[in-house]
Design a protein around this ligand. Structure first.
Ligand code: PEP
Length: 240
C-alpha cells in the first residue's frame, strides 16, 4: 500500500524534529508499505536525511511549471530533484482554490516527469452531482500529452471531504476508484496507482485500505501526529 502524508503548511523545525524522533521509534521496519512524507519546502532536506535510513520517500507539495527564471517565490522541479526529493503532489484541491488550473497542473506534471520526480495527481469533485464530469475533465486535462503512468499515482480527493472530518463512504470510494481506473485505461495507462484522500483517520483507515483495488491513501490532518501516522503507516493487509 502507498501511505502518503501531506503536512500542508504545518509544523516548525522543532515540531518536525520531534515528529521524526518519535516516528522513527514507532514505525518499526516498514516492510509492508511505501511511506511518503510531504513536508513544507523548507523542511524537505531535513526530512530527506531522516527518510533515507527508514526507506521513506519524500515529496514536495507543489512545483512550478517552468524549469527556472524570474518567478519570485517559486520552486522548480529541477531544484527539488537536485536535493534528492522523490516526488511531488500536484493539483491539490487547496491549490486549485488558490487559482491553479488543470492546464497548469499538466505543465507542472510534464516538468516533474522531465526531472524524474514521481507524482501524486489529485482529483476530486466540488459538487456531488457533477462528480464524474469534473473528475474526467481534471484527469484528461492534467494528463494531456503524457505517455507513461510509470511515475504517476492519482489521489481521489472529493473537495468536501478534505479537512472536514467527513470521509467519503467506502462504496463511493470504490466506485470512484473504478471510474478513475477506467478513464486511465481508456487513455492507455494500465498501471496507474489510485489512492483515496479526505479525512482519513485512525477510525476509518483500515476500512478504506480494505476497499478492493485501492492502492493507498493520502492523509492530511491525521499525518501530523507521529503516533497516529505511525499506526496508519504500519497497516498490514494480512493482519487487518
Ligand atoms: C489532504 O490534504 O490531501 C487531505 C486529504 O487532508 P485531510 O486528511 O486532512 O482531509
Amino acid at each position: 500500500m502507498i501511505i502518503a502524508a501531506n503536512w500542508k503548511m504545518n509544523k516548525t523545525i522543532l515540531e518536525v524534529n520531534q515528529f521524526l524522533d518519535e516516528f522513527v521509534s514507532l514505525v518499526g521496519e516498514n516492510k509492508h508499505n511505501k511511506i511518503i512524507i510531504a513536508p513544507s519546502f523548507v523542511f524537505l532536506q531535513k526530512v530527506i536525511k531522516f527518510a533515507r535510513k527508514k526507506n521513506i520517500k519524500v515529496f514536495a507539495q507543489n512545483c512550478h511549471q517552468f524549469a527556472s527564471g524570474a518567478f519570485t517565490g517559486e520552486v522548480s522541479a529541477s531544484m527539488l530533484s537536485s536535493i534528492g526529493v522523490n516526488g511531488v503532489i500536484l493539483g491539490h484541491g487547496e491549490r486549485k482554490a488558490m487559482g491553479e488550473t488543470c492546464d497548469m497542473v499538466n505543465q507542472k506534471l510534464k516538468m516533474a516527469i522531465c526531472y524524474n520526480l514521481e507524482v501524486i495527481l489529485c482529483t476530486g469533485e466540488s459538487e456531488n452531482n457533477r462528480a464524474e464530469k469534473e473528475i474526467e475533465f481534471q484527469i484528461k486535462t492534467s494528463l494531456k500529452d503524457i505517455n507513461t503512468d510509470e511515475k504517476i499515482c492519482i489521489a481521489y480527493e472529493p473537495l468536501w471531504a478534505i479537512g472536514s472530518n467527513k470521509s467519503a463512504s467506502c462504496e463511493n470510494i470504490y466506485l470512484k476508484v473504478k471510474f478513475i481506473r477506467d478513464i486511465c485505461k481508456k487513455m492507455g495507462f494500465f498501471n496507474t496507482k489510485i489512492l483515496y484522500g479526505g479525512s482519513v483517520n485512525l477510525k476509518n483507515y483500515v476500512r478504506i485500505l480494505n476497499i478492493p483495488k485501492i492502492d493507498g491513501i493520502l492523509v492530511g490532518g491525521a499525518s501530523l501526529k507521529s503516533k497516529d501516522f505511525a499506526e496508519i503507516s504500519s497497516f498490514n493487509s494480512s493482519l487487518h
